[in-house]
Write a protein that binds this ligand. Structure first.
Ligand SMILES: *Cc1c(COP(=O)(O)O)cnc(C)c1O
Length: 395
């Protein structure tokens, strides 16, 4: 055991999260801790809720950050909307879709799987067929931005189909919120969760959620208690406020300083503007792709369904995945992500999440990758990536 806090390295965070945290957010975390019912803090809570509504593009009353990471936001949606014996259509095209299935089973409900291969988006026609074949399904769940594969699904289309069949939707926007268009009201999505450490660029540990009137009505009409005390919306809203001006009561001690950080990050997103943030992600993505391809490497998924904020690059034949990532970390302070599941060892996942989506990070990443791959003897084109990326950034 050491007697002093160790010095930690400063990394360029370009994996699948956490992303770069801006000094303004780090400074906000260090503000004086207040009581969780202090009137000075309550004002901040109201602003967080307002800014979350703007980020989600919703007027949903029931909007707040769950005091736990994205997986808890996921669980919050499932435990509140589902009751034992329900049937739920789960669309899965990667790791997080399969985590949704786990949630359904643990709620005592039955998942009906609509599966698409890794690298493909959720197929709306398959969802429609599943709903036709299973009348009475009340809930459809899918992931908007599948972080394991770097693929975007058509959330508007999937929500529209679910509504046609009278089903509510649970939508994972953990990796999408702040990076690409998440429009909860235009989609007509019902229970939507996100995370703090992806495109919002906060430290991990908070999960913004939002629920439509239909979802709130479903929760109110439950025959059974929500099995999780901590995540029970009817209880937790006593603290976050019901929007009807009722007083706030103790539920759990909120992570006050973490919420200062979220407040600051949402302020920064608002200052930049949602659309400008999406543009920044799109441009840095195009630059990264140009550089990767100029080196002679390939992107893993089709251009039409790629997430700008999560880029899957095929590892060239004969290259040692772990050794390259270790050298990037040790020699360049650069973190990129490894592949998951069947794609482990086959791809790298390069994140351009939130504040990591900058020209300097793209150019730095390409230069470091080129240096490490070249010295490892990989068959890449030297001296082309920087120029190709730079041309996109300055176009
Ligand atoms: C990261 C992520 C999660 C889980 O969030 P945690 O904060 O790690 O619990 C869920 N879904 C998707 C799509 C993610 O990318």
């Amino acid at each position: 055991m050491r007697n002093e806090t160790p010095d930690l390295p400063r990394r360029m965070l370009m994996g699948p999260g956490p992303s770069e945290v801006h000094p303004r957010v780090l400074a906000a975390l260090a503000r004086p801790t207040l009581g969780h019912l202090d009137p000075a803090f309550v004002g901040l809570m109201d602003e967080i809720v307002q800014m979350l509504r703007q980020a989600f593009q919703t007027t949903n009353q029931l909007t707040f950050p769950v005091s736990a990471p994205g997986s808890a936001g996921m669980e919050c949606c499932f435990v509140n909307l589902l009751e034992r014996g329900d049937s739920v259509v789960v669309c899965a095209n990667g790791v997080f879709g399969m985590r949704m299935k786990e949630n359904v089973e643990r709620c005592g409900a039955t998942p009906i799987m609509v599966e698409d291969p890794w690298g493909a988006p959720v197929d709306p026609d398959k969802l429609r067929a599943a709903l036709k074949a299973n009348p009475g399904v009340k809930t459809v769940a899918f992931v908007h931005a599948e972080t394991s594969t770097g693929v975007r699904s058509d959330a508007a289309a999937l929500c529209a189909i679910a509504r046609e069949f009278g089903a509510l939707t649970i939508v994972d926007t953990v990796t999408s919120l702040g990076g690409i268009d998440v429009n909860v009201d235009a989609w007509g999505a019902d229970a939507v969760y996100a995370g703090s450490q992806k495109c919002l660029s906060c430290p991990p540990g908070l999960s913004p959620v939002t629920f439509s009137e239909r979802a709130a009505a479903r929760v109110k009409a439950r025959r059974t208690k929500v099995q999780s005390w901590f995540l029970d919306l009817s209880l937790v809203m006593g603290y976050w406020g019901d929007g009807k001006g009722g007083g706030r009561t103790y539920h759990h001690t909120a992570p006050i300083n973490a919420l200062y950080g979220l407040h600051e990050a949402l302020l920064m997103l608002r200052e930049e503007g949602l659309e400008q943030a999406w543009r920044r992600h799109a441009v840095t993505h195009r630059a990264l792709v140009a550089g990767v391809e100029a080196m002679g490497m390939k992107m893993k998924v089709d251009a039409g369904v790629r997430l700008p904020q999560l880029n899957l690059v095929e590892i060239p034949a004969g290259v040692d995945d772990a050794a390259v990532r270790r050298r990037l970390l040790n020699e360049f302070n650069l973190e990129i992500g490894s592949g998951l599941g069947a794609w482990a060892g086959k791809v790298w996942r390069i994140g351009l999440l939130g504040r990591s989506a900058t020209p300097a990070y793209v150019l730095g990443c390409l230069t470091a990758l080129e240096a490490v791959l070249h010295s490892a003897g990989a068959p890449i084109q030297l001296g082309r990536a920087y120029g190709a990326a730079h041309a996109v950034l300055t176009a």
